[in-house]
Design a protein around this ligand. Sequence first.
Ligand SMILES: *Cc1c(COP(=O)(O)O)cnc(C)c1O
Length: 400
Amino acid sequence: MSDQKSGQKSGQKTRTNLVHGGTRRSQYGEVSEAIFLTQGFVYETAAQAEGRFEALGEDEFIYARYGNPTVRMFEERIALLEGAEDAFATASGMAAVNAALVAPLKAGDHVVASRALFGSCEYILSEILVRFGVEVDFVDGTDLSAWKAAIRPDTKLVFFEALSNPTLEVIDIRGVSELAHAVGALVVVDNVFATPIFQRSLELGADVIVYSATKHIDGQGRVLGGVVLGRRDFIRKTLEPYLKHTGGAMSPFNAWVLLKGLETLDLRCRAQAENADKVARALVGHEKVAAVLYPGLPDHPQHNLALAQMEKPGTMVSFEIRGGKEAAFRFLDALEVVVISNNLGDAKSIITHPATTTHQRLSDEKKAALGITPGLVRLSLGIEDGEDILADVMRALEMA
Ligand SMILES: *Cc1c(COP(=O)(O)O)cnc(C)c1O
């Protein structure tokens, strides 16, 4: 599947595009992409400046809030990976989500979103959009009949994480997109957990994809970044005016780090997915573990959908430790290879206790509805040797 993605240079495969795609070489012929750490650009004449403000040509830039050569390389490389016509890079994943939601909406519009969301995405939908007069309904994203009931003739946009945080529910992109497109609504997918390597969301029907590049795309815990991908008219006519005037631009330095991240993204995601599979299978039936949430397991409620929609079931495993918060904390504290943090998609394996950190803000009722129990832990598999991760997890479970 990864060998025949649409939108790529003819004949070139994913891993080639991740290394070479979008490269712009200066007159020096540098091997590694240049960091154009400049906010602005000098014009040879006043007339040239006037012309650029009228219309930008290829390789023409005005101001780094609008675009920059290093940032453009990152945008073109990831657009090639995703098979998208165009992309706009942002300062963080949340700047990308905010722009993708706010730019196309106005007061009076109706939005349907899945309820299992990253906390800040939920905040934009339920606090910010609502304050500006957008009506937002939340549904159980795994239930197509709930989407069907909630989507109205005047629904303008639907939003969901195709693989949800932290309970790893899988949402049917094709099914939801068909329902949304029947009323002309825009389908915006936050694809962070599924990764651009394992899920081709645009081909499945999504109109717009957003990423926190902070996660797998950097993958080494260094910088914040985000990107919105989609059709050229959406990116240039709807999104770009909003972003360039509100200032969510990506730093050229961060774009350079993320370009380097893209070069190894496929290799890292595959190594992480292999470790996820190994750990998930070993946890099944363990006496200290009440449940394993991983779409690659046959008893996962959306296992067949995951197999159909994703090339691999991802790089994350969540599981419920018997004994609640105290047992979960004992487990976290006993880990030696796996670090306690709240990032994900990193080269280092990371463990998170969602109820007390990433999802602390939610009420107890909301946590219960989303399955964020006191014993739930979320493991983001890194690229370490799988045997070492497994031994660490098994040893720490004995202490739980
Ligand atoms: C991390 C994350 C974001 C936000 O990204 P930042 O880069 O931290 O701003 C949005 N959605 C999902 C699913 C995430 O995991």
